[in-house]
Design a protein. Structure first.
Length: 292
């Protein structure tokens, strides 16, 4: 009997060692692939990145400026508007589902619908946004139409992540707050939400990354204009292109080494932006929320 146990333990240790080796090799391959892609893109585009590239407009003429300032501004508009639309709705829905709603058919229907929306391809949101907001509401291909379509696409991510974050808050926090005389609404805003804020911040960063890197939705609803904004408020009703759409367009039209370098430069700016965003989120979680 002891001999069989020793044989089993030996096989188990061998399997564990092999599994660890496989995990280690997989991690190394993944890291090397990511680093190689980043180095390749930045190395081919860094020659075009300068102050002029970041602060001037874009022209399709051969001798015109090839800057990306309008695209940076449009990306900022789409990110801010999409988050302003989707974030309050997603958080409020998560609060309702976790703190007020009972486990009934309506509750399950919302959760099921959220899961279904998470699996819908981006191109479907783009076609829906074009049919409803661009054509139906007569918004045309504009930043507002694109932002609403993007807000719908990221809403399930915010809802499900916030819902999980709120459910992970210990029940004792709410019970202690109510026992001290706080109302349910005060408990939600002063105890529950602050405790779940780190996970909600992570969800927000994921959604911002998705907005910045999205193309299928915005190519139908945002348009391809590269003009500089004429007014801070009126610009949301104008067409534009984000950095990702600009990258797609210049890559499609690249027919020389110079235009290809501009493509790589735009891709480099996108990578740098996502990298900085991750650093900011990581710093916020560690320094503000003291999360390791």
């Amino acid at each position: 009997m002891n001999f069989r146990i020793k044989i089993f333990n030996k096989k188990f240790r061998i399997s564990e060692i092999l599994l660890r080796i496989f995990i280690f090799i997989s991690a190394i391959i993944t890291c090397l692939a990511i680093v190689a892609i980043m180095i390749y893109i930045i190395a081919n585009g860094v020659s075009k990145i300068d102050f002029k590239f970041l602060t001037t407009g874009y022209s399709e003429s051969s001798g015109g400026d090839k800057g990306i300032l309008p695209m940076i501004v449009n990306t900022f508009y789409v990110v801010v508007l999409s988050m302003l639309i989707s974030f309050p709705i997603g958080i409020a829905s998560a609060v309702y589902l976790t703190q007020y709603s009972k486990s009934n058919f309506f509750n399950k229907l919302i959760s099921f619908s959220s899961d279904i929306l998470s699996a819908v391809p981006s191109i479907i949101f783009g076609i829906f946004g074009y049919a409803v907001f661009c054509s139906g509401f007569k918004l045309g291909t504009s930043i507002l139409a694109g932002s609403i379509a993007m807000a719908i696409s990221i809403l399930p991510t915010i809802l499900r992540t916030a819902e999980d974050a709120l459910n992970n808050v210990p029940v004792s926090y709410r019970e202690a707050s109510i026992a001290l005389g706080a109302s349910r609404l005060r408990t939600v805003f002063r105890v529950i939400l602050p405790s779940a804020l780190p996970e909600i911040v992570v969800a927000a960063s994921l959604c911002i990354g998705k907005i910045v890197g999205e193309s299928a939705i915005l190519i139908y609803t945002l348009g391809m204009s590269y003009s500089m904004p004429k007014g801070a408020i009126s610009h949301i009703f104008e067409s534009g292109r984000t950095l990702t759409l600009h990258l797609y367009q210049v890559a499609k039209q690249a027919n020389s080494e110079d235009s290809l370098a501009i493509t790589f430069a735009t891709a480099s700016i996108l990578l740098i932006f996502i990298f900085i965003l991750n650093i900011i989120v990581d710093f916020t979680l560690k320094k503000v929320f003291h999360r390791k």
